[in-house]
Structure formats: C-alpha cells, structure tokens
Design a protein around this ligand. Sequence first.
Ligand SMILES: [Zn+2]
Ligand SMILES: [Zn+2]
Length: 395
Amino acid sequence: MYDIYADLHVHIGRSENNKPIKITAAKSLNFANIAKECVERKGINLVGIIDCASPYVIEDIENFLKTGEAYEIEDGGIIYKDKVCIILGSEIETSEINDEGKTGSAHNLCYFPKLADIKAFSNEMSKHIKNITLSSQRANISAYELIDIVNKYNGILVPAHCFTPHKSFYGNCTDSLRKIFKEKYDRIPAIELGLSADTFLADKISELETKTFLTNSDAHSLPKIAREYNEMKLDGISFKEFVMALKNENGRKIVKNYGLDPKLGKYHRTYCEVCDKRIEGEAPVTKCDTCDSRNITMGVYDRIEIIKDKEKTKSPAFRPEYIYQIPLTFIPGLGGKTIEKLLDHFGTEMTILHKLSNDDIEAVVGEKIAKNIISARDGKMHIVEGGGGVYGKVE
Ligand SMILES: [Zn+2]
Ligand SMILES: [Zn+2]
C-alpha cells in the first residue's frame, strides 16, 4: 500500500468539439487536458471528473480511449500514462422538500466504475433532466430517489459541498442528512466539505461521525485543480480502491485532508445582499447588523452554528488530520508569471506549498515572495473572511 493524491471534483468547460458543458468553466477544461494537467502539473493520481454523464463528454472519452493513450481497467476507472486514474462522475442537482414544506435544491456527486455504467445512468437520468448535455443540471427527483438509480449502475453517491448556501443539503434543504436519506443514510460513504468548511466545523454535527470527509477543488479551470485534495492510502489506483478508502476498508483510508482555510471560502460568513457587504459579528449571523435586512446569503460558518448538536468539535478516532493550504493564487505578490516560473522549476504546486525550503524558493523568485509562501504555509498570514460569493483574502 502507498499514499496517493486525489481530487474528486473537477468540471469540464467544453467538449473537444467545443460544445458547452459548464458555461462558467474555462474552455481549456476538457477531458484530455484534465488528465494531462494532473500528471504534468498537479501530481494528482486520482481525479474525479464530474461532468461525464454528458453525452458529449461520453463521446470524448470514447475517442480518448481509441487513441490508446488511456485505457479502462477491470476494477473501474480510466488509466492515463500509468500515472493517473480518472473516476467517472456526474454532479446532479436534486429537488428536496424541507421540514417546513419549502423547496430546496442540493448537489450530489455520483461516481461510477465503468463507462458503460455512467452511460446507462446518463440515459436513465435524461428522463429526469431537461438538458443532460450540461453540467450540474436540476433533476425532478429527490436524493432519496437518486441514490437508488446511482446504486443500480454500481455507483456511489456523495453529497457535494454540503453546507453552501444555494445548492446543498445543509445549506438549503435540511438540518439533518438522515432526514433526507432515511433508511438509505448508511449507503452514503462520505460527504464533501466544500471550500468554506473544514473538519473542525463539520465535526460539530454528530450524524457525520460515521462519514468520511472529502476535500475537493470543485475546479472550473485547470489551475484550480487540487486547490483542495485528499491524501489516500490505497493498494493501486482504481474505482474499487477509491470506494474502499471512503469506507475505511482493509487499511484503505484517507490519510490527510488538504484544504483551504475555510475563512478563504466564498461562502464562509453571512453576507447582506442589500448593503452588499459581509456581516461581522458572532455567529450565527441571521440578519444584517447595518440595515436589519434578512435578505442575506447565509454563511457556512453561521449555518453550522445553527444546526450543530455538539458544543465543541469532537472528531471520531478515524478522522484524518486536516491541513490548511493557501493556494499560490491567494498568496500576495504572486502573479501568473511568477507562478509559472515556480511551476517550471519545481513541477507541482503541492511541492511548492508543502515541501520546499525557504532557500529553495528564494533562489528562484527572491526573498519577499519566498517569505510570503512560507508564512502562508505556517498560518502566519492574516485572512479577511469570505462571504456572499466573494473569496476571502490573505494579507
Ligand atoms: Zn456543485
Ligand atoms: Zn444590510
């Protein structure tokens, strides 16, 4: 067994023949480029591409396999250059009704072992989704129904960015995942924390004590891949090994979660839509301290204060360490050119953020930038919290 790095939430912008998949994602984000970026730049060994149920993407995957550059394996997943395993995924928005009878919507990450499985899933979901070619589309079914369809095609379901205000279970639908999934709750092996939350916040909710936490990038462009990732102990890279790690089976597990300081996330604190500002103050903030308006976008930090059922964070024994990382793009003084220079020298962002010494970095980009990178690593930078769709800032 050995440790690998995994990012299980990467979007596709366009198909190879330039059909839009996710409108807000970069055009360069296609299936082949993601595989290459993971191998050449990011040091990612397991990547979940989350728009693979689009028939246009399925066509791209079939063509990619025909080139012989990549191949599907028996245990599930597509291997590229013997270095990265691509997990075929689909993000589905479900329609939920909360305790008060209001409607909400939540994103679900669905992962499948084989191309044939996700093809069959795509075909069935086209009955529930208006435009199956686009990313993260709303289905007219609930997650309680969706999980059966996912399991039917040998897949697993993981609630996505679980606490974000607009499209998530805790943010938008419920104070308890168990209420949504009922007797099927144990079929969910993991949840995704999202950029605005971390282990310390999520482990204030006791029903999550049996779930593995995933830290993924939700990347909409190539450079953002691996801004959050998971270190996993596996015996080879495949869908089967990935699922075993989520279930903590036979020594497979997540060893470490690497994620943003949640203060940097764009939904960390509550935001007033009238005054257009992040609201300071003790959580939970539920109305504006300036104009008194309740026209707010609830922060993840504030939402967890409302729904938590533990006074203090208490993590189960198996919970891995959560390590904060500040991606290069957040570090003051680092423009595109400097980042390019660092990557050319040192290969991957992971190496730069976690492994290099001050002297190594200084030799390439000078004293000031080296100091900033090391201070960010040591948690010595001041962070202005994010909210309302605006990322936090490092100062
Ligand atoms: Zn989403
Ligand atoms: Zn206000």
